[in-house]
Ligand binder design. Structure first.
Ligand SMILES: *Cc1c(COP(=O)(O)O)cnc(C)c1O
Length: 405
């Protein structure tokens, strides 16, 4: 088998298991009524929670910045790629998150993959929630620290793991018993598959008790949770208590780019050590200006966040009333549980036929018997949109056997 044949055989394996990613092109902006592969559909699977990706003020800010500052930054941040805009954005992020400082990365993935291996090393232990996002997992893999997991969202199990680490330590290369230098607790703020929120009110004291540093990935919390959408720390009243907060502009904030916020010392350290930051060109001016405009809108236009939660409550209530199991989500992420993969896939296909775009999440992303359609609520959906969505879910749910009767 030559290399291309090998690659093709691997894709064919995925195809025959129904696990391949199909091409689904949007024919315009990501808005509730959009075109996907030429078909008019109701968009129910975008992370653009607040509809900011089509917000006129953001688009205008991007155009203005491109005209004034150009198409690209010209370099990596630390050489010649830091414009006034980049530092202005970082000041804005820090203000928004109520932290002393922040560093902007090209993406959230780059923030996790660059920060985690930079802050941890040999002699440290990274303790990760078992359901953390893949970009945390990859960051952990790049670190020279030891690693372990605790049960999902389980502060008691976290306490057990940290106690064990404190009493047992580890064995170094020369066979010597050592105690860990530093312990880190890593968790998503909101878990993207189930929509549950990490119990930071319980996790933080456990971490503090063991002197562990706490790292929260707020990708699905930013723009969704807390006052003005400041994220999970604000939601729990824990501002100033989380050592490291990481987030993204690619979801509720409607643009793209990651950040890490925390102390000035953390900022300066990452500026010098995070390899995904140091070795990769900085974000273009339009992107940076767009992110700044998005943060302004979070504070000046609270109606988007209010509408997001109103829609979330309404949709969950209607779906439950219609007999669907929407899991234990407490956020706009709304899993519609289907059971086996094939049922979720059939329901999604049927929905698309009927003009509703909502994708299935199947094994290996979730357990084999926990396949679901993941509906992402959105502030721009109207009541008529939501009614249509529920009506189509009921009709297609019955047809595919997800809904009984
Ligand atoms: C989406 C996501 C990321 C990656 O963010 P990008 O900015 O899109 O690269 C990281 N962590 C979590 C939990 C996410 O959901």
């Amino acid at each position: 088998m030559n290399f291309d044949e090998y690659l093709k055989s691997k894709v064919d394996e995925k195809k025959s298991a129904g696990l391949d990613w199909k091409l689904r092109r949007l024919g315009g902006m990501s808005v509730p009524r959009c075109k996907v592969e030429g078909k008019d559909v109701l968009m129910l699977c975008s992370n653009n929670y607040l509809g900011l990706s089509s917000h006129k003020k953001i688009i205008r800010a991007q155009i203005t910045a491109a005209k004034q500052w150009g198409a690209g930054s010209g370099s990596v941040r630390v050489i010649a790629g830091t414009m006034d805009l980049h530092t202005q954005l970082e000041e804005k992020i820090a203000k928004f998150k109520h932290t002393p400082a922040a560093l902007y990365f090209q993406t959230g993935f780059a923030a996790n993959a660059g920060t985690i291996p930079a802050i941890s090393g040999e002699g440290d232990l990274l303790v990760s929630d078992e359901l953390n996002h893949g970009s945390i997992i990859d960051g952990v893999r790049l670190s020279k620290a030891q690693r372990t997991i605790y049960k999902h969202a389980d502060a008691q199990d976290l306490a057990r793991v940290l106690e064990e680490a404190a009493t047992k330590g580890y064995t170094d290369k020369s066979g010597q018993k050592q105690s860990y230098n530093r312990l880190f607790v890593l968790t998503d703020g909101v878990f993207s598959m189930d929509g549950d929120v990490a119990p930071l009110d319980k996790i933080t004291p456990v971490a503090k008790k063991h002197g562990a540093i706490i790292y929260v990935d707020d990708a699905h919390g930013d723009g969704v949770l807390g006052e003005c959408g400041r994220g999970a720390a604000s939601h729990f009243g824990l501002e100033g208590k989380i050592d490291i907060e990481m987030g993204t502009f690619s979801k509720a904030l409607g643009v793209v780019g990651g950040y890490v916020s925390g102390s000035q010392a953390l900022h300066d350290f990452l500026w010098n050590n995070a390899r995904t930051f140091l070795l990769s060109g900085s974000a273009p001016p339009a992107t940076v200006a767009g992110c700044m405009a998005a943060l302004d809108i979070m504070e000046s236009e609270p109606r988007h966040l209010k509408k997001l939660w109103k829609n979330t409550k309404y949709f969950k209530k209607q779906m439950k009333g219609a007999g669907f199991d929407t899991g234990n989500s407490t956020t706009p992420i709304t899993p519609v549980m289907c059971g086996e993969s094939i049922k979720a896939q059939n329901l999604s296909a049927e929905l698309f036929e009927q003009g509703v775009f909502a994708l299935p999440i199947v094994f290996p992303m979730v357990a084999k018997d926990k396949a679901r359609i993941r509906v992402m609520m959105n502030a721009q959906l109207s009541t008529e949109d939501l009614e249509l969505a529920v009506e189509k879910f009921v009709a297609c749910g019955k047809k595919t056997g997800v809904l009984q009767g």
